[in-house]
Design a protein around this ligand. Structure first.
Ligand SMILES: Cc1cc2nc3c(=O)[nH]c(=O)nc-3n(C[C@H](O)[C@H](O)[C@H](O)COP(=O)(O)OP(=O)(O)OC[C@H]3O[C@@H](n4cnc5c(N)ncnc54)[C@H](O)[C@@H]3O)c2cc1C
Length: 303
């Protein structure tokens, strides 16, 4: 039996803030838009936002996602609460997208907004204390640790610059790393700073009662902290993008490269949000989603 095929102007892969904002803008340009992916798998689903412009009170990410979906529905987008299994480039530069229910969606333009998943430390306590002292984002949660003691784990720029940022907020900042792999100038700043450095140490457990209280090291020693930032980088959902020949950042192949119109190197394919690299913030995701939605709508109308 042949698979059901449905045609749309634009298929958006990802229903986080980037994909929802793209749907909202593309829908308003009177294009037929399909949004794929599960709202609950958006990073925003687990966030409490405090640093999003014009929302002075802390808002729950899952509430924002629900409202974003309603707005996108009102602008005419249709939702398939399903993951993408495969993707292909067809004749005339159109795309075909296979989803879990075995439907094939055809589109003139694609927007890739599948987000990222952060690399874990994989130690006891990490999951249990997520949001109770364990964080993966200094920009998001640093402000909660005013005057407290925090540790940052990681050897790359995100960890080193995260620790520098935390120095402006916290009382004491520990940086736990293997070997710093950062630019000479950042290394210099870290060396001259008040960051307490722990080269070559490895955290093996995070402990506490209601929230994080201490870290345990490989040699059994412990260190009291109020919070730990795990800055070990991230993986993007890049398999699908690579299959289409979309260019990734040449340094570490973790992010999709776009220009200011959110265009990738493949005509008709746009990308937005965390999948395009840091800062991993809602404000950036919706900004890029807006541009991608408008540009994809203009492209679809021409093709
Ligand atoms: C605990 C936590 C706290 C945070 N706090 C803040 C904060 O305070 N302030 C702030 O600005 N940011 C915060 N963030 C970051 C913010 O949530 C992200 O920057 C934002 O959600 C990125 O949006 P996105 O649309 O690019 O990706 P996401 O929101 O991650 O959405 C990705 C979407 O892609 C879908 N997807 C993935 N793979 C597939 C596939 N194969 N097929 C179909 N769909 C797929 C997923 O289901 C999901 O719908 C926080 C993140 C976390 C985890």
């Amino acid at each position: 039996m042949s698979k059901e095929t449905i045609e749309h102007d634009i298929v958006i892969i990802g229903s986080g803030p980037a994909g929802l904002q793209a749907a909202l803008h593309a829908g308003r340009r009177k294009t037929s838009v399909a949004v794929l992916g599960k709202l609950k798998n958006s990073s925003l689903n687990r966030a409490h936002l405090e640093n999003y412009c014009c929302m002075d009170n802390q808002v729950m990410g899952n509430e924002l996602l629900d409202q974003g979906k309603q707005q996108a529905l009102r602008s005419g987008a249709v939702f398939y609460d399903e993951d993408v299994l495969d993707i292909g480039l067809e004749d005339k530069g159109h795309f075909s997208v296979l989803i879990e229910s075995e439907k094939i969606l055809k589109a003139k333009a694609l927007i890739l907004s599948m987000g990222i998943s952060r690399n874990r430390l994989n130690v006891p306590g990490e999951k249990e204390f997520l949001g109770k002292g364990v964080s993966y984002c200094v920009d998001c949660d640093g402000g909660f640790f005013k005057g407290q003691t925090v540790a940052v784990v990681g050897s790359e720029s995100a960890a080193a610059s995260g620790a520098m940022t935390l120095l402006l907020i916290a009382e004491k900042v520990h940086l736990i790393y293997h070997e710093l792999q950062v630019s000479d100038s950042l290394k210099n700043q870290v060396e001259k700073s008040d960051i307490i450095k722990h080269p070559g140490r490895r955290v093996t457990a995070i402990e506490g009662k209601e929230s994080v209280e201490r870290l345990i090291f490989e040699n059994g020693e412990s260190m009291n902290v109020d919070g730990i930032f795990i800055e070990l980088g991230a993986k993007g959902a890049l398999g699908l993008a690579s299959k289409l020949g979309v260019s990734l950042d040449p340094e570490n192949f973790k992010y999709i490269i776009t220009n200011k119109k959110q265009e990738t190197n493949i005509p008709g394919i746009y990308a937005a949000g965390d999948i395009c690299g840091p800062p991993w913030q809602v404000a950036k995701a919706v900004g890029e989603g807006c541009i991608a939605g408008l540009e994809a709508a203009a492209y679809a109308k021409k093709h």
